[in-house]
Design a protein around this ligand. Structure first.
Ligand code: NAG
Length: 287
């Protein structure tokens, strides 16, 4: 009996080691995967460290970053944005390779607005040092009333930005344009003041009489190949985020994506003739 129990225990242990060696799950607390990178005094842990509050006041904004970098995977968190008069504030959630000249970066930026006016989500993608790929959508709900889930999926086939499981952006690895393939990226977030450009192109300024401004985060989830880590992790086709279902949008996702583009997209660099008389090659790649 004891031998059997030991054998089972050993099997479970080995199974965990094999299946968990390069795939990370949801951390119990913020500090397990992240560290504060900008103004400790403006970032408070709440709910026993399972959630955090970011503060922006006239002295400072704040930010945090993952302790590790990752090569491919899926990163998500629930965010509740600054409510009411948030004009001029920007809350960002992004991945970045921290390699200036050949930077890879995947950005969610939430641009605040005057009370009652819609928040805008701007996404951007840098590949091999080149960005300038902005798209903007207006959210179909009030993102400050409640937590919503924001996700970046990055595998060998495409990069997808999701809002509550609705794809709002797809960047295919089509071979037509650079695609982040070799550089690991960290996970970052900041809340800061950007009233020189954020709201109506900078026309709407921050109303500091409404400060401090608060944003909330919870349910941090990073599943990917940590770097440094097992060298063969990133190229392993057995990683769940590389599976069939994740290589292209499902039929349901494609429907939702078209719905967003038809009803909620307010800017797309691909169709901005003043910036790009000829659409950049990735714009013709489809989904
Ligand atoms: C803010 O609201 C105005 C008016 O509805 C809208 O034109 C704009 O796109 C909104 N978002 C930003 C970031 O300016």
């Amino acid at each position: 009996m004891a031998i059997l129990r030991n054998a089972i225990a050993l099997f479970v242990l080995l199974y965990c080691l094999v299946s968990c060696s390069c795939v990370l799950g949801r951390p119990a607390t913020f500090l397990e995967d992240f560290k504060v990178t900008w103004s400790d005094a403006h970032l408070r842990q709440i709910e026993g460290g399972r959630a955090i509050q970011l503060v922006l006041d006239q002295n400072s904004g704040c930010g945090f970053a993952s302790k590790r970098q990752y090569l491919f995977g899926r990163v998500s968190m629930k965010i509740k944005l600054v409510p009411g008069d948030s004009a001029g504030t920007v809350t960002a959630f992004y991945m970045n390779s921290n390699t200036e000249n050949v930077r890879d970066e995947l950005d969610f930026e939430f641009l605040g607005n005057r009370t009652g006016q819609p928040y805008t989500v701007q996404t951007n993608i840098y590949a091999n040092g080149k960005g300038d790929r902005e798209q903007r959508v207006n959210l179909w709900f009030d993102p400050a009333a409640d937590y919503h889930l924001y996700t970046i999926l990055w595998n060998h086939h495409h990069i997808v930005f999701y809002v509550d499981d609705v794809p709002i952006r797809v960047y295919k690895n089509s071979g037509r344009a650079p695609f982040p393939m070799n550089q690991p990226m960290g996970v970052y977030s900041t809340l800061w003041e950007a009233d020189d450009w954020a709201t109506r192109g900078g026309l709407e300024k921050i109303d500091w009489s409404k400060a401090p401004f608060y944003a909330y985060y919870r349910d941090f989830d990073i599943e990917g190949c940590p770097v440094p880590g097992p060298a063969n992790c990133a190229s392993n086709p057995g990683n769940w985020w590389e599976a069939n279902n994740y290589q292209a949008l499902t039929a349901m996702e494609a429907r939702r994506y078209r719905w967003v583009r038809l009803n909620h997209m307010i800017y797309d660099y691909c169709t901005d003739k003043s910036r790009y008389p000829v659409p950049p090659p990735e714009c013709l790649a489809g989904i």
